[in-house]
Structures are given as C-alpha cells and as structure tokens.
Write a protein that binds this ligand. Structure first.
Ligand SMILES: [Zn+2]
Length: 214
C-alpha cells in the first residue's frame, strides 16, 4: 500500500529500539503493529518522530502482543488436566479478576468472573479455571461471547452437569468516551445444564455467587 512507502523512513527508527523486553511474541508481527501505530499518530496530527513518541510504536506493539496473547493459546488444554472425584455438589470460584479488550473500540474492559459448575466425575484444580478466564480474556472480545465461551468450554471439557458463568465488568469504552458513564457495571451470565433448566438450582448457584453481597 502507498501508506507503507510513505512511512517506511520511520520504519528504521524502531531498529534503534534497545529496550526490547523478553516475552512471547511468536506469531505476532510486531513491525506491522509499529507501522500501524505510526500511521495512527500521524493521522491524528501528531509527529511520530517527536522525541517522546519515538519508542511508542514498539512499546504498543509489545503491549498488544501481551494483551492478545490468548489468541495463540488454547484454553481447553487447562481443562483437560482434570481428575476423578466423586463430588456432585456445586464447585464455585468467585472473583476471578481479568482484563480484556473490547473488540469494538480496542479499549480495555476489566472486572471479575464467577464460575460455578456441578461436576459429573471430572474436577479441575481451581487455578485452571482462572487460566481459562485469562486466555479467553486476552483476545479481542465482547463480554457476552467471553461469558458464553467459558461456559461452553467447561461444559464440554469436563462434561459437567451444570455450569454457571457470571461476569461483571466495567468498560472503558463507556467511561472515557461515548456516553461517559463511570461506575457502570455490565453483568452477563451463561447457564448450562440444570442451572439453565431448573430454577431452584439456578437460584442456588446465584446465591453462592453473590452470597452476602446483595
Ligand atoms: Zn467498546
């Protein structure tokens, strides 16, 4: 594209970048992100060659590689390390904090995920559920799909009798721009199995999730 040739003289600047952090950037075209960031800076009327902005494209490129690391990982693998346990009551992990990126604005949204499931023999370590949340979160996301994806993964991989996933998050695309409503909380839930079909099971798990907070 023509934009590429226009900006190519700036491309060499990033070669001087010596504060490369270690990290897993495999599969991410850092140079391409840097180029795009320079384009954005120029497009809004900034000077990408200005001292303070020289390292910004490279920094942003590494940041995106980190924020979207979940694209290069398979969350299901953490659920495949289950063990057999004769326990058929609700297992609940509350307040799993996460940060994700709204795919509509590429602005962060962050909050907490609560996961409850009723095992049918297969149980996973609690940290595995947190790993699943992290991997699914580190992708361009919408909260609704994130909630559904996590619930589906647990239902499928653990063959669980029931799954409840509730996510509460604040979206910076609603607080720093647009309608600017700081403090607003978006709550989504996905119910599977008896949590979906049986009202008393569902209210039981919701009570466990919200406990004394409501
Ligand atoms: Zn958004």
């Amino acid at each position: 594209m023509s934009a590429h040739s226009v900006m190519s003289d700036l491309g060499s600047l990033s070669l001087e970048n010596d504060d490369l952090e270690s990290g897993d950037f495999e599969g991410v075209d850092l140079r391409r992100i840097e180029h795009a960031v320079r384009e954005i800076l120029a497009a809004v009327g900034e000077d990408p060659k200005r001292e303070g902005l020289l390292q910004t494209p490279a920094r942003v490129a590494r940041m995106y590689a980190e924020l979207f690391a979940g694209l290069r990982q398979d969350p299901a693998q953490h659920l495949q390390k289950w063990f057999m346990e004769k326990y058929d009551e609700v297992v609940l992990v509350r307040d799993i904090s996460f940060e994700s990126m709204c795919e509509h604005h590429l602005l962060p949204f962050m909050g907490r995920a609560h996961i409850g499931y009723m095992p049918d023999g297969r149980v996973v370590g609690l940290s595995k559920l947190a790993r699943v949340v992290e991997i699914v979160a580190r992708r361009p996301q919408v909260q609704e799909r994130m909630t559904e994806t996590i619930a589906n993964l647990i239902e499928t991989e653990l063959n669980a009798k029931a799954v409840a996933v509730v996510i509460e998050a604040t979206h910076t695309c609603m607080t720093v721009r647009g309608v600017r409503k700081p403090g607003s909380l978006c709550v989504t839930s996905a119910m599977k199995g008896v949590f979906r079909s049986n009202l008393s099971s569902r209210s039981e798990v919701m009570t466990l999730i919200y406990g004394d907070r409501r």
